[in-house]
Design a binder for this molecule. Sequence first.
Ligand code: FES
Length: 165
Amino acid sequence: MAELEAASAEEVSRRRFLSGLIAAVAGIVGFIVAIPAVAYVISPGLKRATGNDWINLGPESSIVPGVPTPFKWSRMVEDGWEKSLQSGTAYAVQLEGQELKVLSDICTHLGCRVNWREDQQKFACPCHDAFFGIEGQVISGPPPRPMYPLVHRVENGQLQIKLEA
Ligand code: FES
């Protein structure tokens, strides 16, 4: 009788061990399979914003020397699952004897859009009555720094800018 009980206890112990082993192997396999699946699902949410290709503004030949020439631009930006359209105006400024400058129309104070005022020969920000000079320098008002210069190049006669993502 005692031998029978010992054999039965050994059988139960072996079954428990095998069950535990199978559960552990199944858990490891499940974990290995789940890693790429979880990564696939959440990876778009972890991606940083993209959209930092060169943006075509237009022919360089359309820049009027001595006058800030506005170029409208737009681009699609992807940030995780979200896509959004951004747009703005870049001003190309070609002054005699100087390198071409391209300025953002975003005011450096609180981000309103500035406009070139031909009659005043200044950029004006309507939000807080600020003015910038033709090269983007602050003339008056609260902006803490000059207008933002944009990274630019001329490729095949086309003026292009590169914006941060
Ligand atoms: S946002 Fe341009 S002056 Fe305030």
